[in-house]
Design a protein around this ligand. Sequence first.
Ligand SMILES: [Zn+2]
Length: 420
Amino acid sequence: MPDMLRTLKVRLKTPLKAAVRLRRAMGCARFVHNFLLFETKSDYGDFLDELESRQCFGEALSRKEAEALCVRPEPVSKFSFNYRLRQLKKLYPFIAADTHSQELLQECQRLSGAYRRFFEGKGGYPRYKRKGAVTESIRYPQYVRLDLKRRQLFLPKPGWLNIFNKEMPVTPELAEGIHAATVVREGDRFYACMEYRVSVPETLSAEALAEDLAGMDRGVTVPLQLSDGTRYGTELKDSIQPLLERIKLLQKRFRHKTRGSRNWRALKKQIAKLHLRIRNIRRDILHKATADICKNHVCISMEDLKLKNMTVSAKGTAEKQGSNVKAKAGLNRELLLRAPGEAAVLLEYKLKLRGGLLIRVPPQYTSQTCAACGHVSRNNRKSQALFVCERCGHSANADLNAAENIRRAGRARIALAAGS
Ligand SMILES: [Zn+2]
């Protein structure tokens, strides 16, 4: 039986001493991260400059092309970071005194992982971590223990911490298997994401998947539209709109405060809290929606979102409406782009737990193609909501039409995979 890594997120009770200890560890990890990044950045500066200039002067159209023309430096290994870390600890004894060695070693590994992803073309160049960020995290790769009965979590150095959650959806056997966790600070709250492995059923046969397949379109007015007609997340807009307006107001005030003053800090915290609340609302809606979707389908096909982000303005989903473009763009970013892959991430693991599958299909033309006859034209889309085919006259809700196209693309994918 295949298995899968899952995480269990719980909120930690952190008395002042523990909170200070965790914040300090995160601060030291940030220091190490920024220091090592600064050092390597100068090594890689030339490479990055060359990349940029080749793109600027039109020698290469895309980043990929530019990278092919430049000489790639050797990827950074975690061993060189670990070596530097030992020297750093001697230079700055406070980082060794305030942390468990694992915390900092893990930070080195995270940074080298970020570099690896960058050189594989999977992620952007690693960035500096800012002091006073809304969220930060630190990972404990070993020695973590969960005591289900006493509802306590052991972390090396902070020691045993109480857990807020009354119930935890893990069996005692699974709790035994927990040895690693990431502690996340969100505002003033601390959470622990504990890692454990669960076995999942084998993926169902191609026929079974194809039979129970639905396409899903993501949009601004309807966040999730399924090809069977159900829609999810329509309440999102109304629930976060007042929060967004409040943020806007506070930001206006924020601009007039003296940087670093007591008022400035208080306001900054308040704004960050509102952003967190928006995120939590969205996450809650997405969790409920994806759980419901998984009850009704074992296979979902969805547009590949990395590509969609670039096509969203070309499609003219929001801009077509004309008036108040800027404000709408802001809202769209809030609704759609801030968590581009979140629905996909949730759906993927929830489907997997039931032997299902998430299929990603190319997003081109899904909103311009007629689901009845296959005619492709930009003019097919009459408005944000209405789709009318120029050739056969088929008319439907635009999102539903797109979802149907996505379902077909997914079906073709399954057939292709089964055939080969
Ligand atoms: Zn048609």
